[in-house]
Design a protein around this ligand. Structure first.
Ligand SMILES: CC(C)(COP(=O)(O)OP(=O)(O)OC[C@H]1O[C@@H](n2cnc3c(N)ncnc32)[C@H](O)[C@@H]1OP(=O)(O)O)[C@@H](O)C(=O)NCCC(=O)NCCS
Length: 176
């Protein structure tokens, strides 16, 4: 039986940002993000990687101090290793927040997603956010299974282009 992973959400300091850089420049971790028409600085269409050079770290860490943003590493309590990260961004008007989760490729399939999302939901409740949303391609079945188990519901379906081909996406939401 798969061991239940014990994790904590750790808010990184400047010196910890090497791990975000390591994740964002790893093609195996970022391939899910490849092939989209994203107009963001440092995005690599072919690999999905996003540049995060040290010169950007100071500005970025200041940006996430914004009270509408939350960003944390997922840290394994036992090994103390960082295994991925979660985030949410609150929309002040609707008081809902869009969430994100990424597990570094080498730590996938080991059961980190569920406990990490549970902790993120707790954090959002604590901040009195009304709802969490995400847009998840329908073919990410493992991810959707966990989201639905945790109470998220599909509220809309739309399509987007990945490498020029249509991909179905579920817009999901959890009322807190
Ligand atoms: C989606 C993602 C976060 C999942 O993280 P993960 O740590 O690999 O996920 P888990 O190991 O917790 O597995 C998730 C579920 O899929 C199941 N699963 C994992 N690998 C599986 C496999 N090979 N076959 C069948 N089921 C599998 C697990 O059993 C688990 O369900 P459970 O909690 O009911 O046991 C990770 O793949 C990732 O970072 N992907 C890129 C970013 C992304 O897609 N983010 C989410 C949507 S925006």
């Amino acid at each position: 039986m798969k061991e239940n992973k014990q994790i904590v959400l750790y808010e990184p300091k400047l010196d910890d940002l090497w791990f975000r850089q390591e994740c964002n420049q790893d093609p195996n971790t970022m391939s899910y993000n490849a092939g989209y028409d994203l107009y963001c600085d440092g995005y690599h269409f072919e690999t999905g990687c996003i540049d995060f050079p040290k010169a950007m770290w100071n500005v970025w860490i200041e940006k996430i101090k914004n009270p509408n943003m939350f960003f944390a590493y997922i840290q394994d309590e036992k090994t103390k290793k960082f295994v991925g990260y979660v985030n949410f961004r609150k929309d002040e008007k609707s008081n809902s927040a869009s969430v994100g989760i990424l597990i570094k490729n080498e730590f996938r399939g080991q059961g980190y997603m569920r406990p990490a999302m549970q902790k993120l939901i707790e954090k959002a409740r604590f901040q009195r956010i009304d709802a969490l949303t995400d847009n998840v391609p329908e073919n990410r079945e493992n991810a959707l299974k966990v989201f639905y188990d945790l109470g998220f519901r599909k509220i809309e379906e739309f399509s987007q282009l990945k490498f020029g081909k249509k991909e179905l996406v579920a817009k999901i939401s959890l009322q807190l």
